[in-house]
Ligand binder design. Structure first.
Ligand SMILES: Nc1ncnc2c1ncn2[C@@H]1O[C@H](COP(=O)(O)OP(=O)(O)OP(=O)(O)O)[C@@H](O)[C@H]1O
Length: 274
């Protein structure tokens, strides 16, 4: 079994509205180094609240009502995320954890080249790097995500949705985080592009050894890409197991219902290799 990267215990989040919403209830799980953990469940079950909550990205009216989150750093140090102050958390988020959002590709600045936007990440977070080093790092990143270094002078509107999403993945990779949280990162893309990007994410995590928390309501897609899958329902993780076991012998009634709601699951498993 792989080493733990993040240990989450009894984690609960409520939205302090009238009436209050208990969005995440007593979630306990462990993310392991180098794995892809899929988080599945229907809309509104609390996936995004959990993923944001783990990184302290939630804003009022959200309140973390219980639990602890410990990050097991590659250096051997255990970091209790609750104990970090705002500045430590900000740095921690960039250095150790990065996030790719669903609409991320539309978050690029339309009037700046993608190269300059990637360089900005290094300028802010790695101020000791020279301009030449930043350029070299950006070229390397664009090659890694197969956009190609020659595209660094392109503006976002000159690129396809899939290529822009790859640029966002490059940005998330820039500081070589140990955990990448992806919230519906490919939902807006057509199926072929989606598959190609997923295949690449899987390869990159083998190459760089990061962990992926991959959130989607698309269970068939998770079965293809994930090592393990957590099934959420009404704020709780009702089942967490290997993708194989979730697929072949789900234990929870709700998991079975979810699986049966995807007709294409009766066919062959997909093309993404883990
Ligand atoms: N700002 C908010 N105020 C009140 N309730 C909220 C707020 N944000 C989310 N919720 C509620 O919390 C619950 C969990 O929502 P969340 O967005 O985490 O679910 P999700 O599984 O990520 O859904 P989706 O797949 O649609 O993004 C839902 O009942 C939602 O209505």
């Amino acid at each position: 079994m792989r080493d733990p990267l993040l240990t989450v215990r009894d984690f609960s989040v409520a939205y302090d509205v009238d009436p209050p919403v208990q969005a995440v209830k007593d979630v306990t799980l462990e993310l392991r180094r180098g794995e892809i953990l899929g988080l599945a469940g229907e809309s509104g079950c609390g996936k995004t609240t959990l993923a944001y909550g783990l990184q302290r990205l939630l804003k009022a009216p959200a309140v973390i009502t219980s639990g602890s989150v410990v990050f097991h750093d590659a250096s051997g140090e255990d970091v209790d995320i609750d104990r970090l102050d705002a500045e430590q958390m900000r740095r921690f988020r960039w250095d150790k954890i990065s996030m790719v959002f669903q609409g991320a590709m539309n978050a690029l600045n339309p009037v700046a080249t993608i190269g300059s936007q990637l360089e900005d990440v290094f300028e802010v977070h790695r101020p000791s790097m020279s301009r030449a080093q930043r350029r070299e790092a950006v070229a390397e990143l664009l090659e890694i995500v197969r956009v190609g270094a020659q595209r660094r002078r392109s503006f976002p509107h000159e690129l396809s949705g899939g290529t822009r999403q790859r640029v966002m993945i490059a940005m998330a990779l820039a500081l070589r985080p140990q955990l990448m949280v992806m919230d519906e990162p490919t939902t807006a893309l057509d199926v072929l592009v989606q598959r190609e990007i997923l295949r690449q994410i899987s390869e990159l995590r083998h190459e760089f050894g990061f962990t992926v928390l991959f959130i989607t309501h698309d269970l068939p897609l998770l079965l293809e890409i994930s090592d393990r899958i957590a099934i959420m329902r009404a704020g709780e993780v009702v089942e967490l197991d290997t993708a194989e076991r979730i697929w072949s012998s789900p234990r929870d009634e709700y998991t079975r219902t979810l699986l049966s709601s995807f007709p294409r699951l009766t066919g062959e498993r997909g093309v993404v290799l883990r």
